[in-house]
Ligand binder design. Sequence first.
Ligand code: 5RP
Length: 234
Amino acid sequence: MTERNTSTDSPEKRTAGIAAAGLVSSGMLVGLGTGSTVAYTIKELGRRVREEGLDILGVVTSYQSEMLAIEAGIRLTTLAQHPELDLAIDGADQIDSELRAIKGGGAAHTREKIVSVSAKRFVVTVDESKTSKQLDKLVPVEVLPFAKEPVVKKIRELGGKPQLRSAVKKDGPVITDNGNFVLDVEFGVIKEPEALALQLSSIPGVVGHGIFCNVDELYIGNKDGSVKVITRQK
Ligand code: 5RP
């Protein structure tokens, strides 16, 4: 069991984030993920909007990506106005060889999942430290505050060890952009991510969890400056 990756920056994240921005062309509706890797994607899209006249509409996944996109000059829309997107680009905390990912290091996984499943194509962009043979990082679970204790009990019954995520520079728990708590759950090596995803989704009070089994394409930024692309076999 290893700790969840924190949002540290690196040249590989920059390489990966900018490479994924290359998938975007004028006329697209684009889901904009959250985190330090996709921040590079958003900034690069903003540069292309300003310098190349790229004409896109973005849908954000958090206050962070909203602020970045506005600063970058990307026009925004909502899922209410555009429920089907062409592409969504996001980071991940860990991803395995079958393109199953753990997300939610920034507590934005509920909106990230909604946006990712609303897109025809979901691309994850990471530095090489995020790739792994198997998923074994903490799984973030967003939970309605009212339901925290019953959800904790159910998660323990599934074999998980949940811990309430504490805020930094604020006393008490992290409060998500949706007004909820986050439990970081240790499951050890997750042998069947799809099955665990379904089990977590079926607990009343769970608003969203960080297991993503819908990644279509993975961009990996390497230390040598290259980018490896892996596409899901259909
Ligand atoms: C936020 C996320 C992020 O995409 C994930 O934590 C990766 O972040 P970073 O690119 O900063 O390492 O899921 O909820």
